[in-house]
Design a protein around this ligand. Structure first.
Ligand SMILES: *Cc1c(COP(=O)(O)O)cnc(C)c1O
Length: 366
């Protein structure tokens, strides 16, 4: 089979994949209830746990579905014994609050700046007043590229006796995380961002002791019941419902590639691309929304210039014809576009993108 043409995705996921990951999906038909497939899922889930810390103390529960499925499994299954505080500093924090509302989870929303660090004293006061038992945050806000530091949030959660729930969709496998050291109880992500695999598999990485305390009978979701999914998998070596078989084979291959690069190595590669991008933005006279000290270095929201030749559609189409896909912004009142430097791409790709960006912007200014 011939490899398909290479196209570079600079949208914030799904990310560009290697040909080996693409081809890993072409397998002999298999019934996912056969034990061989159970072994594949067991190993995938254990390898995901190992990325998040000591796999002996962590259980990773797989779901078929995009990333939001894992977030919804976490928000509907975990906060059973008291109020949840959700930090909203971007579209994905707001989404967790929407999930809580839809499921009837008692929750309070802590609004925080989309471009600056969370005010931890204010959050502590807010969580105390509401007698919160659970705290939910987005690790890396894909809306802006803002990185919420986990260790101080973990310490705050411990101090107030809360469990910490994290949406790490766009940081996991790029930013090194140790959920046990960072004080995280549940963390969710998906296959198709920094893991560089296919869309369709998402997962919740759980501290085994916390997961053990959950009551499957009280989850507010039937399909996305975290503890029921875990218990069934333990008992039967199967997902409760049909898994995305081929996407799981791709994930298995992507994990092999991640383990050989290592999370630290992947982080360095991404940051090397980010530095190139930043220099390019400066050279073009474009500004970023989030300053260096709060930036994750993975996804950059850029203020749209008011130059006569600029419109997002024009830039998008110019880049698309030249083999790069870029993405619009997602922040309420501010007009931005976003560039992600994640996926199976390298500095040569980013250098080419920056060259084209300069060419486009120089023409757009005049
Ligand atoms: C990508 C992403 C999600 C999930 O989005 P899906 O479209 O459901 O895959 C959730 N949270 C964050 C922070 C994300 O970046």
């Amino acid at each position: 089979m011939k490899a398909p043409a290479r196209h570079i995705l600079l949208n914030p996921g799904p990310a560009t994949t290697t040909d080996t990951v693409k081809f890993a999906q072409v397998v002999t038909d298999i019934c996912p209830r056969e034990s061989e497939f159970g072994e594949v899922m067991t190993s995938v889930s254990r390898r995901l746990s190992a990325i998040a810390g000591d796999p002996e103390k962590i259980d990773t529960v797989l779901f078929g579905g995009s990333g939001t499925a894992a977030v919804e499994a976490m928000i509907t299954s975990v906060p059973l014994d008291g109020p949840l505080v959700v930090v909203d500093n971007g579209a994905y924090g707001a989404r967790m609050a929407q999930i809580a509302r839809a499921a009837g989870v008692t929750h309070f929303v802590f609004q925080s700046s989309p471009v600056a660090a969370i005010d931890l004293d204010a959050l502590e006061g807010f969580a105390s007043v509401h007698k919160a038992k659970y705290l939910a945050v987005v690790h890396h806000e894909t809306t802006t590229g803002l990185l919420n530091q986990l260790p101080p949030l973990g310490r705050l959660a411990r101090k107030l006796g809360m469990e910490l729930l994290v949406d790490a969709m766009s940081s996991f496998a790029a930013v090194p995380i140790d959920i046990l050291k960072d004080g995280v109880h549940y963390l969710c992500s998906s296959a198709n961002k920094n893991i560089q695999a296919m869309a369709g598999v998402s997962f919740v990485i759980c501290r085994a002791d916390a997961l053990g305390r959950l009551d499957p009978a009280r989850s507010r979701s039937y399909y996305l019941n975290l503890r029921a999914q875990h218990d069934y998998f333990r008992k039967a070596g199967q997902m409760r419902f049909t898994p995305p078989v081929q996407a799981i084979y791709a994930l298995q291959q992507a994990l092999t590639e991640l383990e050989s690069e290592t999370v630290a190595g992947r982080h360095r590669r991404y940051l090397d691309m980010w530095r190139l991008l930043n220099q390019g933005l400066l050279d073009c006279g474009l500004s970023r929304l989030v300053a260096d000290e709060n930036h994750g270095g993975l996804i950059t929201a850029i203020e749209e210039p008011d130059w006569p030749g600029y419109s997002f559609e024009r830039l998008h189409d110019f880049m698309k014809q030249r083999n790069f896909t870029i993405y619009p912004g997602k922040l309420g009142n501010q007009t931005t576009f976003r560039i992600a430097n994640i996926g199976a791409i390298g500095v040569a790709d980013m250098a080419e993108f920056v060259r084209l960006l300069k060419q486009f912007m120089a023409a757009a200014r005049s």
